[in-house]
Design a protein around this ligand. Structure first.
Ligand code: GLU
Length: 419
């Protein structure tokens, strides 16, 4: 019996079983590695603008505390439930271990439709969520960060709320803060930059000329927009972009800097151009060199995987590809180069780690230093993934996850079982 349920949690379990079978982990050892250590559900009451009281359900799941504090984002979205948050926490663990960060994974979230609340209500909700979490988080226990539906402003409110209770400023309680509040240069761009950096590396390995290459981006939030911008600046034509409001398509390439300006003033890509409007359901299967799913999980199922026409699948989102789709992609290994999510989008948490380190030391780095070190870590993990996939004759995802799971398992086994 477990409280965790739902398709996203099942997906994380299925993926783990593939890895555990590959690594031949004994059955009686598996639950200790897979099942989350702690999960908290909180009720967050706030005053609405009309004077009424509304209560939102919030969650935080800390997957394992074996290698240091837990680390992961906080999601504000209507899809959020305990199963989804647990799956995302588990993926954070494999991600942090793969790239060598001294963290276990965590994730949090509030079930809320942001289109139905005002900015003042969002501030109240953010502050109340953090206040409810105070007994369970801390700079050496669990460090939050942005995820879907949260941003630098929400992190500033989290940090302020925690600090007011401590009686002193505790910047290291969250990452992804504004630079003016102890954030690091390069964090805002880090995830998208990492996605683009790894895509460029693969293009180089495959001898693809960036000026003859195209990119398609699903999701135009923090990750999708910076990935698009970096690829655009590298010479690729970004032929399609979609978000929750619709999609745009231009075979000659979209003006990404203009689209980013539009999205930052209007909150979405809606209204940018009527002429270029396109069916968002068709975006993933457009022919392109680099396809970046940078929105929700489980958008590529087996049928979509059969129909993908990209050369490189750069997974900016967490969990965009189902295990059934992975079976299809396994057969299409020579046609489609997969950069799996836990590697592809790990630039975000890597630079979050740099932010935490800088906050703890009160010593801040130049942006070049941040980005250089980010790429160094991504390159090392990429090389390890490729080498492992080659020696074990397994997919990139299995290789990346096997490296992550193996490190968590080793840390648990050498520490031993207390008491
Ligand atoms: N939410 C991001 C992720 O899924 C970032 C987490 C972090 O920076 O701690 O990787």
């Amino acid at each position: 019996m477990t409280v965790y349920s739902g398709p996203v949690f099942e997906m994380a379990v299925n993926q783990f079983n593939v890895i555990a079978n590959h690594l031949e982990i004994p059955f009686d050892e598996r639950d200790r590695i897979l099942m989350p250590k702690r999960a908290v559900t909180v009720s967050c009451p706030i005053h609405r603008d009309d004077g009424s009281v509304a209560v939102f359900e919030g969650y935080r799941v800390q997957h394992h505390l074996t290698m240091g504090p837990t680390k992961g984002g906080t999601r504000f979205a209507p899809s959020v439930d305990i199963g989804e948050v647990a799956a995302l926490a588990i993926w954070m663990s494999w991600k942090c271990a793969l790239v060598g960060l001294p963290y276990g994974g965590a994730k949090g979230g509030v079930n809320v439709d942001l289109s139905t609340i005002s900015r003042r209500e969002l501030e109240s909700l953010s502050r109340r969520y953090m206040q409810e979490m105070i007994p369970f988080v801390g700079p050496h226990t669990d460090v939050m960060a942005p995820d879907m539906g949260t941003n630098e402003q929400v992190m500033a409110w989290f940090m302020d709320t925690y600090s007011m209770y401590q009686g002193q400023t505790v910047t290291e309680i969250v990452t992804g803060k504004p630079v003016s509040n102890g954030g690091t240069l390069g964090r805002r761009e880090a995830t998208g930059r990492g996605v683009a950096h790894l895509s460029k590396r693969v293009m180089k390995e495959l001898n693809i000329d960036p000026h003859k290459a195209t990119a398609v981006i699903q999701g135009f939030g923090n990750v999708g927009s910076y990935a698009a911008l970096e690829l655009y600046q590298f010479g690729l034509k970004v032929t399609a972009v979609s978000d929750h409001t619709g999609a745009l398509h231009d075979a000659n390439g979209l003006d990404i800097p203009a689209l980013i300006r539009h999205a930052s003033t209007h909150g979405s890509i809606a209204g940018f151009s009527n002429q270029l409007a396109f069916d968002p359901a068709e975006v993933l299967t457009l022919p392109c060199t680099v396809l970046v799913p940078a929105a929700l999980e489980r958008v590529i199922d087996a049928k979509t995987a059969e129909n993908l026409k990209c050369r490189i699948l750069a997974e900016g989102a967490n969990g965009p590809t189902t295990p059934e789709a992975d079976l299809v992609l396994d057969k299409r290994r020579d046609e489609i180069f997969v950069i799996p999510d836990i590697l592809c989008n790990s630039g975000g948490v890597v630079v979050s780690y740099f932010e935490w380190v800088q906050d703890l030391q009160q010593l801040f780095w130049e942006e070049e230093e941040v980005t250089r070190r980010e790429y160094q870590i991504l390159n090392r993990a990429f090389d390890q993934m490729l080498a492992r996939a080659g020696t074990d004759k397994i997919s990139h995802r299995t290789a990346a996850m096997a490296i992550g799971v193996e490190k968590v398992r080793a840390a648990k086994n050498t520490r031993g079982l207390f008491p």
